[in-house]
Design a protein around this ligand. Structure first.
Ligand SMILES: Cc1cc2nc3c(=O)[nH]c(=O)nc-3n(C[C@H](O)[C@H](O)[C@H](O)COP(=O)(O)OP(=O)(O)OC[C@H]3O[C@@H](n4cnc5c(N)ncnc54)[C@H](O)[C@@H]3O)c2cc1C
Length: 378
């Protein structure tokens, strides 16, 4: 079986490794970038959580967490998984109710270590934040942090050891079709005959799908990050801390990373907005008073693209109307944490192996069927 994976970010790398491990030997990963990490994977901060609001997302996280825990043995790479916890804060009863509803789903899926926390417990878990107005929150100690580039490089190296070929600097510009199948993947310099094609094009996945005449509802969404300089006001073991309006912060390599999902412009623009930096810095100083003496590193700010699907859940499976184009798209900002699971699941589909999870909730046809997942923020 000749398989071409389009995109060598963390999703394509995981798909390639798992395909190779399941015995696919004629396997090529094609990527427009000059080398690994130039897409969204290189922009990610490396949060990992299983605290989601739908069963399928909790299940993906639990499968991924299991694989992250075993990654050193499986592929000889350290994914940097550090269970520092995710702490969600509620400023009112409505936010608390939202967290409770999500936790009921989490407990039903076996994530019983996720708990409700009182303002006093919040003070113990993160003494640095201003607790004025907080009524409670949610905490899961096994959520935490991972290293996106270590995971990417680990899967790429493992796939290469199993014989996968990589073509960097090779933008896919054409997908030849015969009937409901793709027959070849074309770049400016190559024409690769294919029995199966995997779309792992991240935020650009809709453009890739369009080359085969497939309409894929994945859109880019800019996300910006403002770091402080290296600091000691917040300890390295601080949990990811998330306010009800989406402002959140964590510590990575001694710098505090400040994030706030503002309404972003449409398109592929990844410039950092100075007005956004002013706003997020003001939020941080008001809510995390110990940061008042810590310089903000405006020059170190960066932005990247989420790959949004209409219901904020991944799209996984053969494309409607194009039977040998497999979609692993639309992770909606959770692609690094879910890559270990999604790569395995798509490889199982392609190789006809028994699925590790029931992923029917992620089927590409769900939007046309009016069966999208609930798209809660959590
Ligand atoms: C600021 C920010 C913070 C984030 N934080 C987190 C986090 O904490 N945790 C988490 O899990 N996720 C996070 N994410 C999301 C995560 O980065 C993505 O979900 C993930 O990287 C998607 O992986 P990917 O392989 O699909 O995409 P990418 O890494 O973007 O890879 C796609 C690849 O496809 C290639 N490509 C596209 N079109 C073509 C073409 N026509 N021909 C050839 N190649 C093509 C691109 O060059 C690219 O290398 C964050 C994202 C951003 C922007």
């Amino acid at each position: 079986m000749r398989v071409v994976v389009i995109g060598g970010g963390v999703i394509g790398a995981s798909a390639a490794y798992h395909l190779a491990r399941m015995g696919v030997r004629d396997l090529v990963v094609v990527d427009a970038a000059r080398g690994p990490g130039e897409g969204s994977t290189g922009k990610a901060t490396g949060g990992f959580r299983a605290q989601f609001a739908t069963a399928i997302n909790v299940r993906l996280s639990l499968l991924a967490r299991d694989k992250l825990s075993r990654m050193r043995d499986e592929i000889g790479a350290d994914p940097g998984y550090e269970p520092r916890g995710y702490l969600w804060l509620a400023a009112g009863e409505q936010e608390l109710a939202r967290l409770r509803a999500a936790r009921a789903v989490q407990h039903a899926e076996g994530l019983t270590e996720a708990v409700e926390v009182t303002p006093e417990e919040i003070a113990r878990l993160n003494p640095a934040i201003d607790r004025a107005g907080l009524v409670g929150g949610a905490f899961c100690p096994t959520d935490g942090f991972i290293r996106p580039l270590a995971i990417l490089r680990g899967y790429l190296a493992a796939a290469a050891r199993l014989g996968t070929r990589f073509e960097w600097g090779a933008e896919v510009i054409g997908l030849d079709r015969a009937g409901d199948r793709i027959t070849a993947v074309r770049t400016a310099a190559l024409s690769l005959a294919a029995d199966v094609v995997v779309n792992a094009g991240g935020a650009w996945a809709a453009r890739v799908a369009a080359l085969a005449g497939v309409d894929l509802p994945v859109a880019p969404l800019r996300r910006q990050i403002l770091p402080t300089v290296e600091q000691s006001a917040l300890p390295p073991e601080m949990p990811m801390t998330i306010f009800g309006d989406g402002f959140h912060l964590r510590v990575r390599d001694r710098c505090a990373l400040l994030l706030w999902p503002d309404p972003a412009p449409d398109g592929f623009d990844v410039s950092v907005d100075p007005g956004w930096m002013d706003a997020v810095a003001a939020m941080a100083l008001a809510r995390v008073p110990v940061l008042r003496g810590v310089p903000i590193d405006r020059a170190g700010a960066w932005a990247g693209l989420y790959e949004m699907s209409p219901d904020r859940h991944a799209i996984l499976g053969a494309a409607p109307g194009c039977a040998n184009l497999y979609l692993v798209n639309g992770c909606s900002g959770h692609g690094v944490m879910h890559a270990p699971a999604l790569g395995q699941l798509v490889a199982e589909m392609i190789c006809g192996a028994p699925p590790s999870l029931d992923v029917s909730a992620l089927r590409p046809s769900r939007f046309a069927e009016g069966a999208a997942n609930p798209s809660a923020d959590l």
